[in-house]
Design a protein around this ligand. Structure first.
Ligand code: HEC
Length: 300
């Protein structure tokens, strides 16, 4: 099939304009959509990093301030205080998990896990994905690691920080024998944790559901993308309508009038107003019609 170029200027101008409007509308619309989704990913990473920073700060506070203070008190306590360990104030993991539980009530998307191999609390045993995160931190001697993980068919954004064993940790995380008696009574450990100083033993992991964040961003992106496309395409259509009113229609009218004059019908005036090129052309035609009419009247 041979391509027949359109005969009218309306199509010669209109088709390319529509094409450009469509392509640029789609292009900018898609860019807007993609931008929205990319921003949501960045924002999610930022948010979980903040949550992780708070968790780390909370752990450090227990380790550096609360635990030593309570240790001191317990050492000097006599008589009335029988415990050698106060879980709520001396375990940074317990303390941080409790705070995070309160945070999760307000922000249910965020999840915190403090995991380690050979844990005191069996619930803190790393699952398969968490074990992979710890392995990565170990292999790369990295302090932090972030990205997207898959768990039970769902994807999650995560931010993880390495848990490195210090000598102070061994008091509770080395052997059952060395653990405070009150701690033994709570957890009833069956084997020695045997953590080694300097080793990446576990990780603090904050995560957030990926699909939920992305779906929200995709919907928002689609809305904004369509809006931008609509504006681009709408402006093109508007331009075409204006051109049609100002140029193409008056030209067609002039064509018809010229045909009429050619047939000898010179009585009807050409009523196209305006000071622009088309208007002036129409007025020239009108003067021509009047002149022809005069000549024809004379000849009668
Ligand atoms: C005074 C005792 C004590 C000391 C010292 C201590 N921890 Fe713990 N730690 C605990 C207890 C108790 C738990 C279990 C809390 C729970 O139920 O989640 C725990 C849990 C953890 C967990 C989660 C895995 C697990 O074992 O259940 C990590 C990770 C952890 N501690 C890291 C550390 C690090 C790192 C240090 C040293 C900088 C340290 N802990 C020092 C008492 C201690």
């Amino acid at each position: 099939m041979k391509f027949i170029p359109p005969k009218s200027i309306r199509w010669k101008v209109g088709l390319p304009m529509l094409f450009v409007g469509l392509v640029s509308g789609l292009g900018v619309g898609y860019y807007t959509y993609k931008q929205e989704v990319d921003n949501a990913k960045l924002l999610a990473q930022e948010k979980i990093k903040i949550a992780l920073t708070f968790s780390k700060a909370s752990r450090a506070y227990v380790r550096e301030v609360l635990r030593p203070k309570i240790d001191q008190l317990l050492a000097s306590a006599s008589g009335c205080i029988k415990e050698d360990f106060i879980l709520e104030a001396q375990s940074s993991s317990f303390f941080t998990a409790s705070i995070f539980r309160a945070v999760s009530e307000e922000l249910p998307d965020f999840k915190l896990r403090q995991v380690a191999f050979n844990p005191i609390n069996p619930k803190n045993n790393p699952d398969e994905t968490e074990a992979k995160i710890i392995a990565f931190l170990r292999q790369n001697l990295a302090k932090e690691y972030s990205g997207v993980i898959e768990k039970g068919g769902d994807r999650y954004f995560f931010y993880a920080s390495a848990v490195v064993v210090e000598s102070g940790c061994l008091k509770c995380h080395y052997s059952i024998e060395a653990m405070p008696k009150a701690l033994q009574a709570i957890y009833k450990p069956t084997q020695d944790p045997k953590w080694e100083v300097g080793k990446v033993q576990g990780a603090v992991v904050v995560s957030m559901p990926f699909e939920k964040v992305i779906l929200r961003a995709q919907l928002e992106g689609l809305k904004n993308g369509l809006l931008v496309f609509g504006v681009f395409f709408g402006i093109t259509l508007l331009l075409l309508i204006v051109l049609d009113r100002l140029v193409f229609r008056p030209l067609e009218l002039l064509e018809r009038k010229a045909e009429e004059i050619a047939k000898g019908n010179v009585d009807e005036p050409i009523e196209i107003k305006g000071e622009d090129e088309i208007g002036r052309l129409a007025q020239a035609f009108e003067r021509m019609r009047v002149s022809i009419k005069k000549v024809m009247d004379l000849l009668k």
